[in-house]
Design a protein around this ligand. Structure first.
Ligand code: MRU
Length: 351
């Protein structure tokens, strides 16, 4: 498994695995400036809800270190936080991690050195916790799986989107380590191909039986009886269990219901947004048209004229009634989600 986010040894840069270069090249980027860090999130050089949060926390620490002595430290820190937070709207983990950093800074008092020390500890702690969280999600996930099952997954919720095991892929990796044989169907995930480039890469490199399919083949594969469970990650879960994930996820959930295949969502408890009543309140990121009309094609594929419109919503919301369970590090939530999600939040708070 590849190392995805870390600080440079002198702590003046954040080093990330450039996810846009995979699977062709394993290339690391050293990011120093606020502009480079914003760009890394917006262009998906670093992506996946937990990974964005971890990265943003390290970025805030590194940028805080270079706030000039004469500047108002706390105000500048908040400006940097807001700027990082505005890069992508859908994944709650971004604002969650940045908010934790600001709270840590506030608790540290007024002295710059103390605040920097607190920030340095907090970003490491966020990453450290995510490793344990992913491991725990993976253990729960494995209780839902049986040997020789076919599992369909969408987008990428593996180690490079998180820490170590990942969320939706965690149970698969853990099961594989323990001798289970799975057949994993990866949807390629148009338009940015996270399934083809990242999930297929992570699973097949480990030696897990992996089959890549185009997104529009999911129904066919399910109808052939090849899929016993659908496993996906998510970017934000509303209080009623509606779940935002990569565009196309809800299509898989609708199909799964039709074919009576259980559809599971995996996420850290930090992805639960109890301030958001339902999926209607989740902001869906819209991205550049070029991702669709050109994207990974050698040349522009779609007609180039003023009458053609292109719409590129990057996420969709899977309604709670299509989800069998939401699996977190604190347990498995089943419907009614209004109740079970609250219980999980309480369990986390009491730890
Ligand atoms: O646009 P992306 O690639 O960041 O979208 C990512 C997803 O939709 C993932 O499934 C989600 O962030 C969960 S990652 C554990």
């Amino acid at each position: 498994m590849l190392d995805n986010i870390r600080l440079s040894s002198d702590e003046t840069e954040v080093i990330i695995l450039d996810q846009t270069k995979l699977p062709g090249k394993v290339e690391y980027l050293r990011l120093k400036t606020a502009a480079e860090m914003r760009e890394a999130i917006m262009t998906l050089q670093v992506r996946g809800a937990p990974a964005i949060g971890i990265f943003a926390a390290y970025a805030l620490y590194v940028l805080a270190k270079s706030i000039p002595e004469q500047a108002d430290f706390n105000r500048t820190l908040k400006e940097i936080k807001n700027s990082l937070n505005s890069t992508r709207p859908t994944a709650v983990n971004l604002s969650y991690a940045l908010e934790r950093m600001i709270i840590a800074a506030k608790k540290a008092g007024r002295k710059r050195e103390k605040i920097l020390k607190a920030l340095s500890g907090e970003c490491r702690q966020i990453q450290h916790e995510d490793i344990a969280v992913c491991r725990s999600i993976s253990e729960y996930a494995l209780t839902l799986l049986k040997d020789n099952w076919g599992i369909l997954t969408y987008c990428n919720a593996g180690p490079i989107a998180t820490s170590r095991y990942g969320t939706a892929l965690g149970g698969i990796f853990l099961g594989f380590e323990r001798g289970y044989k799975f057949n994993v169907y990866c949807c390629e995930t148009r338009p940015l191909m996270q399934g083809a480039r990242l999930t297929a890469f992570e699973l097949s490199e480990e030696g897990i039986n992996t089959t890549l399919i185009c997104d529009n083949m999911a129904s066919r594969v399910m109808s052939e009886g090849k899929v016993q469970a659908c496993f996906v990650g998510c970017d934000r879960v509303a209080a009623n269990g509606d779940t935002a994930n990569k565009i196309g996820t809800s299509m898989i959930a609708v199909l799964a219901k039709h074919y009576k295949i259980p559809f599971y969502v995996f996420c850290p408890t930090s992805t639960l947004d109890m301030n958001c009543k339902s999926g209607k309140e989740i902001i869906i990121e819209t991205r550049e048209e070029a991702e669709i009309h050109t994207g990974y094609f050698r040349e522009r594929l779609a007609p180039d004229n003023d009458s053609l419109k292109i719409y590129n919503p990057s996420f969709d919301v899977t309604p709670a009634n299509l989800i069998i369970a939401i699996v977190t590090e604190n347990g498995i939530c089943k419907p009614p989600f209004e109740e079970s999600l609250k219980m999980i939040i309480r369990k986390k708070a009491s730890k």
